[in-house]
Design a protein around this ligand. Sequence first.
Ligand code: AMP
Length: 280
Amino acid sequence: MKLYQGIHSLQNYLKGKRAQNLQIGFVPTMGALHNGHLSLVKFAHQKCDVVVCSIFVNPTQFNNEKDLEFYPRPIKNDIKLLVEAGCHVLFHPQTSEMYGSGLHKDSSANYGSFIEVLEGAHRPGHFDGVITIVKRLFEIVEPNEVFFGQKDYQQCLVVKKLIARNFRNISFNQCVIEREPDGLAMSSRNVRLNIAEREAANTLYTALMHIKNNWTRQNWLNAISKARAIIENNPLLNLAYLSVAHPATLQQLNAFEEKAVALIAVNCGEIRLIDNVLLG
Ligand code: AMP
């Protein structure tokens, strides 16, 4: 696997690959890799000739200083996992390489109301940071295909919109959520949960599956109330939101619709957990 920290050397390498008509697949991450990330690398491998992964803990998308400070950065192990997964190129830049001096952020204003709800409402400025860094990475890598996880459902909508606006020749791939055996969605932040919190954390999946298994015109409202109660009855969990929404607009449903998405965010001790399931 090739490892680049500088933009120009990476671009030179990729220019050569593009000249050979090879398809470039790109998986952006913040590192502390787990099987969720590696599944994206594997999807990219199936569809593309050259798989590029980036590891960059993007400061402008954090709205909590402690979360940024304690974000895990096990780069040696990440490199080992990427080599095993067959990744061809790792881009691992310093903050100054991506931002120069200062930390300028683009604005997500005018993206549409779907960006203002859920994570957008609870983490002010988060999607400004996401748009800034994803745009910069797409400009640098110039991929043919990009691979993102459904785990960050709202982020997928944001990136699709960015592509529709600025990168029409990039194809977007949304990949399924990889889970632990008890249902907890894999996340780099899970390693920071203590034993009791880790046990409580799988309640998110229990609540979401309760909605999915009772998703009928007759039962849908009761199912959402019961799911909310499942979370609220757990003393280690603090519910930020549970929303059952239209899959494209993310506006909360006020009548039953077959196709929808249930999205949840919970604070578990210091750790924020998110998850979702598609309904219908
Ligand atoms: P992150 O490093 O958290 O920024 O995530 C990098 C990419 O991996 C994003 O597209 C995430 O949606 C995706 N991802 C994170 N967790 C999972 C998971 N459990 N299953 C599948 N993809 C995931």
